[in-house]
Design a protein around this ligand. Structure first.
Ligand code: NG1
Ligand code: MG
Length: 506
């Protein structure tokens, strides 16, 4: 068999690790300066970068992210029998917040006003629900918290998931005490939907990568039939240059026309394909997604990793079939579908259509780009499987590995730009510079519309050459007033790192 043994072990069954708290660490020192008391523990969760597979997790297709060594740390002092929560952030842009428990069900979160404490409240809420569901009485537990994060915000490296995963972990630890044990599976499962409270209809990639990341490994994350993260080692010498466009996409403002609209367009595309072929989608919730199209049309679930490489090959074949279905049913309709046209394709009245698809999360559009989005999703899911296949074979020819993997990343970038329409001029420019200076592949990572890019490099020399070229041709030209520190922070050279952890006094 070609597959490494570890491929069969799901990291999700493991517990979140507990390490010794380094008392001198900056976050505990700053905790003491703020609260004149020692912290009881620190909860940590890292940011992530997605190597390939963007805008497909919400359709339940597998993705290939890794956790990186930027993180959110929450140093916490537990206040038993108290109800107050105080949050302090090392970043002066985020002022201190204080509120009292219990929070009502909605938490008093107003998705319309973005405040940093909303992320904490989301983590707190899902943790409380988890404890209650396990019949653990929710006694009063107040907290003093000092948060210190190194994940750039709005940069596509999932500062939000890092924060929410760290706060959910901190809340559970505060309730369960020092002997707190929680599995990575549970922590991922409960945090996946947390941002829905903030009006973002996201998939589960970020939380899974942040919780389950493993040093030196890319994580193959599957959402169906079960949530599963499998680590794959990267060939020796592979390095990723993560470079921030410094174009910040504010998700909350843009979600109706960008992120949430993509989710809706994919769902409608799935319904139209299903209608055309007379199949009923077996969706878990709602009308069913593009993954359900394959699972239903091809009569049998998309194979998962348990079926080994044959499973991956079958998946590739099914995605190729699905791409044909897109051509047949949605046609290259460059103007897209109006509400009336999409409703008509589904045999619904526009009013029915609106209730069914356009009301759960707010969306705004002129036309729905169903052909483009479905084409992106199936082709991107296929590229992920092709990358996975490369990673499951022994690498005998490193150059070949790099050029093939790099080409898939470049195709992904083109698809994100042309079909998902989530790239931007700055991302294009960074990718171009990286490719001209030694990178094998380069693409946006995360939601796009700015944020970060990821470039595949090999060896120190190519990393340095890409970095130098980006400084000179991108940052110094577009952002001539950046300080040396800002310039340094704009490029992260990161190897895959470990996921969430707790740090206790020992
Ligand atoms: P970002 O915006 O990079 O955190 C978002 C989604 C992911 C995934 C990617 C695109 C959230 C919280 N996360 O990531 O689930 O869909 O876009 O692949 O919105
Ligand atoms: Mg985010």
């Amino acid at each position: 068999m070609y597959l490494c043994d570890e491929l069969m072990t799901s990291e999700l069954s493991m517990e979140v690790p507990v390490y010794c708290l380094d008392k001198c660490s900056e976050v505990t020192r700053r905790f003491f300066e703020t609260y004149a008391h020692d912290a009881d523990f620190v909860a940590r969760s890292p940011g992530r970068v997605n190597i390939i597979g963007d805008h497909i997790d919400y359709c339940n297709f597998s993705v290939l992210p890794m956790a990186i060594d930027v993180e959110m740390l929450c140093a916490v002092r537990v206040l038993p029998h108290e109800t107050s929560i105080t949050l302090t952030n090392a970043d002066p842009r985020f002022a201190q917040r204080q509120f009292d428990l219990p929070l009502e069900d909605s938490l008093g979160i107003d998705p319309a006003t973005s405040d940093w404490s909303n992320y904490f409240k989301c983590g707190l809420l899902v943790a409380h629900k988890f404890l209650q569901a396990g019949s653990e009485p929710l006694h009063d537990v107040g907290m003093q918290v000092f948060c210190q994060g190194s994940v750039p915000t709005g940069g596509g490296l999932s500062s939000s998931a890092a924060f929410i995963c760290a706060t959910a972990l901190a809340t559970i630890r505060a309730h369960r005490g020092r002997d707190c044990v929680i599995s990575k599976q549970d922590l991922t499962r409960i945090t996946v939907d947390a941002e829905h409270y903030l009006g973002i209809n996201n998939g589960g990639m970020d939380q899974c990568a942040s919780v389950c990341g493993q040093r030196d490994h890319a994580m193959y994350v599957e959402f169906k039939p079960i949530l599963k993260a499998t680590p794959f080692p990267l060939p020796r010498g592979v390095q990723f240059v993560v470079s921030n466009t410094l174009v910040v996409s504010n998700k909350f403002e843009t979600a109706p026309t960008n992120y949430n609209l993509r989710v809706v367009e994919c769902t409608i595309a799935a319904s139209i394909i299903a209608k055309r072929y007379g199949i009923t989608l077996k969706g878990d919730h709602g009308p069913g997604d593009l993954r359900d199209v394959i699972d239903t049309y091809c009569d049998g679930l998309m194979p998962d990793l348990r079926s080994g490489l044959e499973g991956v090959d079958q998946g590739i074949a099914r995605l190729a079939t699905a791409l044909d279905l897109v051509e047949e049913t949605l046609g290259p309709k460059s103007k897209g579908y109006t509400t009336a046209e999409a409703a008509d394709a589904l045999g619904m009245s526009p009013a029915q259509f609106t209730t069914e698809y356009l009301t759960v999360f707010p969306v705004r559009f002129h036309t729905l780009q169903l052909y483009n989005r479905a084409k992106h999703v199936f082709s991107e899911a296929l590229r992920v499987l092709l990358c996975l296949r490369l990673m499951t074979r022994p690498v005998t020819d490193t150059q070949r590995f790099l050029t093939t993997f790099g080409a898939l990343m470049n195709e992904s970038q083109s698809s994100c730009r042309d079909f998902c329409d989530c790239s931007c001029e700055e991302t294009e420019q960074i990718s171009q510079i990286a490719l001209e200076n030694g990178a094998y592949g380069s693409r946006l990572t995360g939601a796009g519309w700015g944020g970060c890019t990821i470039s595949l490099c090999h060896g120190e020399e190519s990393v340095l050459s890409v970095k130098k070229a980006l400084h000179e041709q991108y940052y110094k030209k577009r952002f001539p007033h950046l300080s040396q520190r800002e310039l340094e922070a704009a490029i992260i050279i990161s190897k895959p790192e470990e996921g969430s952890a707790l740090y206790e006094h020992c």
